[in-house]
Design a protein. Structure first.
Lengths: 169, 235
C-alpha cells in the first residue's frame, strides 16, 4: 500500500466532515419524512441513504397521471402536498393524501402497476425515488429490514382483503 | 485423528495459502481504522473504470489537473483491483485447491501417501505387504473423504470473509478517490469552463456531469448501462 502523508490524511478527514453537508435537498426531504414511510421503519438514516437513489421532486397538475395501470416502473412515490386518486380499471378505488406513499410493491417485486394514480388537486408535489436492491454487499441489513417491513405491509393488506371478503359473504 | 486436528491443519493451510491477501487486508483495514476513515454503505466497487477514465479525460482537458493524493489513490486502487482479481482466481476452484494444493501440503496426507509409495517401491512384496498396501490405499481414499467436507466448509467461510474485507477496503479507497476527484474538478476553472462551453446545465457535479455525458450517448448500449449504474452512486 502507498504511504500517505499527514496532509493527505487531513484531506480524507475533510471529506468525512463534509459528508453530512453533501446531502441533496431531495435526500434531506426524504430523511425528514422517513418515519412516515412505513417500509423505511427501523432503518438508520445513513443506511437509508445507501438503498435509495434517483430522488426527485415531481410536480403534477390536476388530472396529470402519476402512474398508469399495467405500466412497469421501479419508482416509489411519497406525497408531500396535494391529493391523488387511485383508479383500477377506470373505477375509483381510493384517495391518497399528503404523507401517503405508494408504488412500493411494484418497485420492489418488478410487477406491473395494479392501479392508475392521478393528481386530484390543483397541483401536487411528490418525492419519487428508487430502491437499490443490488447493494447487498454494503446495505444488507437495511435491505433485510425493508423487505421485512414490506412483508408486514402486504400482510396488513391481505388481512383487510380477507375482512372485506368475509363481510360480503 | 479427531476433527479438531484436521480443522487446525486446514486453518493453517488457509493462512499460508492466502498469506499475501491477508497481509494486504490487515494493512488496509489498519489504515482505515487508525485514520478513522469512513467505510461507506453505498457500493462504489464497480466505479473504478468510470473514475479512472474521468481522471484521464480531466487531465487532457486541464493538464494541471489532479493532485498527488488522487494519483496515489488511483495507483492504490489499481493494485488492489489486481490483487482482488488474483484472489478470486485463486479461490474459484475449491476441488482443485483441495486436490492439487492442500493434499500436497498436508503433513498427515503427505506422510500417508509417502508410506504407500515406499511400500509400492518395495520389490518382492510379501502377501501380507500386498494386503497392507491395498488397505492403505483404501484408507487414503477414506481419509480424503473425511478431510474434504471439513475443508470445504472452512475454505468457503474464509474466502467469504476475505472477499468481504477486500471489498470494504476497495470501497473505502474508491469513496475517497471519487470525492477528491470531483472536488478537484469543481475547483478547476478550465474543466468547469470546458463543460459550460459544451452546454452542460446546472452546477458542476459528478451527477450533472454523468447525466450530461449520458444525454449525448445512444441508450441501451453496454457503456450506457454501466454509466446508468454509476449514476446510482450519486443518488
Amino acid at each position: 500500500m502507498t504511504e500517505y502523508t499527514t496532509d493527505e490524511i487531513e484531506e480524507f478527514l475533510k471529506i468525512n466532515a463534509q459528508e453530512s453537508d453533501t446531502d441533496s435537498d431531495t435526500m434531506k426531504k426524504l430523511l425528514s419524512v422517513q418515519d412516515k414511510i412505513k417500509i423505511f421503519k427501523g432503518i438508520a438514516p445513513n443506511e437509508l441513504k445507501s438503498i435509495v437513489y434517483d430522488l426527485q421532486f415531481m410536480r403534477y397538475k390536476f388530472k396529470d397521471h402519476v402512474v398508469d395501470q399495467d405500466a412497469l416502473s421501479e419508482v416509489i412515490y411519497f406525497i408531500i402536498d396535494g391529493e391523488c386518486q387511485v383508479f383500477r380499471n377506470r373505477i375509483k378505488i381510493g384517495e391518497l393524501h399528503p404523507g401517503s406513499s405508494f408504488g412500493e410493491s411494484g418497485a420492489i417485486f418488478g410487477y406491473k402497476r395494479n392501479a392508475t394514480v392521478i393528481c386530484a388537486s390543483k397541483s401536487a408535489t411528490l418525492l419519487s425515488f428508487k430502491i437499490d436492491q443490488e447493494n447487498m454487499e454494503f446495505a444488507s441489513r437495511a435491505l433485510a429490514t425493508l423487505y421485512r417491513n414490506l412483508a408486514a405491509e402486504i400482510n396488513v393488506k391481505l388481512d383487510e382483503l380477507n375482512k372485506q371478503v368475509a363481510t360480503k359473504k | 485423528m479427531d476433527n479438531k486436528t484436521i480443522e487446525d491443519e486446514i486453518y493453517d493451510f488457509i493462512d499460508e495459502y492466502f498469506s499475501d491477501e491477508l497481509a494486504i487486508i490487515d494493512e488496509e483495514l489498519g489504515f482505515i481504522e487508525n485514520n478513522r476513515l469512513l467505510t461507506p454503505c453505498i457500493d462504489y466497487t464497480y466505479m473504478y473504470n468510470f473514475l479512472s477514465d474521468i481522471l484521464t479525460k480531466f487531465k487532457i482537458i486541464d493538464p494541471n489537473f489532479s493532485s498527488i493524493t488522487i494519483d496515489k489513490l488511483n495507483n492504490d486502487i489499481k493494485n488492489m483491483e489486481k490483487n482482488y482479481n488474483l484472489f478470486l482466481q485463486k479461490s474459484s476452484n475449491l476441488q482443485s485447491v483441495f486436490k492439487s494444493t492442500f493434499v500436497k501440503r498436508s503433513l498427515t496426507l503427505q506422510n500417508y501417501t509417502k508410506s504407500i509409495l515406499d511400500l509400492q517401491t518395495t520389490q518382492e512384496k510379501s502377501e501380507e505387504q500386498f494386503h497392507i498396501l491395498k488397505q492403505k490405499k483404501q484408507n487414503l481414499v477414506k481419509i480424503r473423504e473425511v478431510y474434504f467436507p471439513i475443508f470445504k466448509d472452512i475454505f468457503l467461510e474464509n474466502i467469504s470473509v476475505i472477499r468481504s474485507d477486500f471489498k470494504t477496503c476497495l470501497n473505502t479507497k474508491l469513496y475517497y478517490f471519487d470525492k477528491l476527484l470531483w472536488g478537484a474538478a469543481a475547483d478547476s476553472n478550465v474543466i468547469v469552463r470546458h463543460m459550460k462551453i459544451r452546454k452542460m446545465e446546472g452546477k458542476f457535479s459528478a451527477k450533472e456531469y454523468l447525466k450530461f455525458i449520458m444525454s449525448l450517448m445512444r441508450p441501451y448500449t453496454d457503456e450506457y448501462k454501466y454509466l446508468e449504474k454509476c449514476l446510482k452512486v450519486y443518488r
